[in-house]
Design a protein around this ligand. Structure first.
Ligand SMILES: Cc1cc2nc3c(=O)[nH]c(=O)nc-3n(C[C@H](O)[C@H](O)[C@H](O)COP(=O)(O)OP(=O)(O)OC[C@H]3O[C@@H](n4cnc5c(N)ncnc54)[C@H](O)[C@@H]3O)c2cc1C
Length: 334
């Protein structure tokens, strides 16, 4: 039997120092992802540094929004009335993820840092560059229905699994961290990486960098936001594709004052659709305009025969998201 060390961190700085000093150490929060990986034999830390009980579990109002502690449970965050009214996309994304029992255990920080659900990553008997750098990518040649259509590399074609991360990218959240050098603030959209030649690195975080909080900025745009998740089963399944959309509409003219779109299930990271947003800003909002904007973003897509369905699906889901935001959305430009 393998020995596994356990340290109950006394404060965030001690947790950071313990993990940063030991390449074999990992933070443990709710454990719903990391413990699974220990059991599957695809994570082999020698020491677990338990941060799950640190007092990072408050949701506080700030001057311009909300600050959510990294240990706030997914259920508590989804139930928070301020989040439900100010950032509905975040609530909907959380409620679309996992099951009630898992959401009661899963934390905000852990959710963002959960690892891919690629079947080859989760099977230690198969080559996977993310699990074992240099071993190859079984998904590129094998079962490919879940693979990325945007931003993939020959080294890795998998997608990022967190629903919350997609919503946070669309509402311009900021991730606050603590590392040995001090605190830093990372736009949620810049937390995760495209695979490039280092698919083993999911994020821009250093080893031993602790997420301490997430900040949500308030704005009328995020107040009118939603999240659509398309999946094989109605619950307890990861996204085939998902869309977080936020909108500030000039009701008198029907023109888009401001807009945010992020896609899940299409890339190694939540995919902020900047080109689609640019196409919609200042335009009269119609379903045609939304579909054309999504298509502009999809010019960069590189689908395979197995993933070609995702381009249609994400375009349709984007149109559906805007129809939810504006129920009387016109089908055509008047
Ligand atoms: C059956 C099942 C279905 C699921 N379905 C979905 C789904 O549909 N959508 C979805 O989004 N998720 C889904 N999940 C994933 C679930 O949401 C995650 O497992 C959970 O959010 C991870 O949080 P945790 O606190 O348990 O993290 P842990 O398992 O404790 O940690 C996960 C990772 O984050 C690191 N970590 C944890 N906290 C911090 C921190 N504060 N700073 C730095 N690093 C940290 C750990 O070291 C580890 O690498 C599902 C999980 C299961 C088991």
């Amino acid at each position: 039997m393998r020995e596994l060390g356990y340290v109950r961190a006394s404060d965030p700085a001690q947790a950071v120092a313990t993990v940063a000093d030991d390449p074999t150490a990992r933070f443990l929060a709710g454990g719903t992802n990391l413990v699974d990986h220990l059991k599957l034999g695809i994570a082999d830390p020698e020491t677990l540094v338990d941060v799950g009980h640190l007092p990072l579990d408050g949701i506080e109002e700030t001057e311009d929004g909300l600050r959510i502690g990294a240990n706030v449970r997914n259920s508590d965050l989804a139930a928070d009335l301020r989040v439900r009214t100010g950032w509905p996309a975040v609530t909907r994304a959380l409620l679309a993820g996992a099951s009630g029992q898992i959401r009661n255990q899963a934390t905000t920080g852990g959710n963002l840092l959960q690892r891919t659900r690629c079947v080859y990553f989760q099977d230690p008997t198969t080559p996977c560059n993310k699990r074992e750098p240099g071993s190859g990518c079984s998904a590129a040649e094998g079962y490919g229905r879940y693979n990325a259509i945007l931003g993939a590399s020959p080294a890795c074609v998998t997608v990022h699994p967190s629903d919350l991360a997609v919503a946070l990218a669309a509402v311009d959240a900021t991730v606050l961290t603590l590392r040995r050098e001090g605190e830093r603030r990372i736009p949620a959209d810049a937390l995760h990486r495209l695979p490039g030649e280092e698919p083993e690195r999911d994020t821009v975080l250093d080893h031993g960098e602790l997420i301490t909080a997430v900040e949500l900025p308030a704005s009328p745009t995020y107040r009118r936001s939603t999240y659509i998740k398309v999946r094989d089963r109605a619950s307890y399944a990861f996204a085939l594709v998902s869309v977080a959309a936020a909108l500030d509409l000039d009701e008198a003219t029907g023109t888009v004052r401001d807009v945010r779109i992020a896609w899940g299930g299409v890339a190694h990271k939540p995919w902020r659709a900047h080109r689609a947003e640019e196409a919609l800003r200042g335009a009269v909002l119609t379903e045609d305009a939304v579909r054309a904007a999504a298509q502009t973003e999809l010019e960069a897509a590189r689908p395979t025969p197995e993933t070609a369905y995702k381009t249609t699906m994400v375009r349709n889901a984007t149109a559906l998201a805007f129809r939810r935001l504006v129920p009387d959305l016109l089908e055509e430009t008047p």
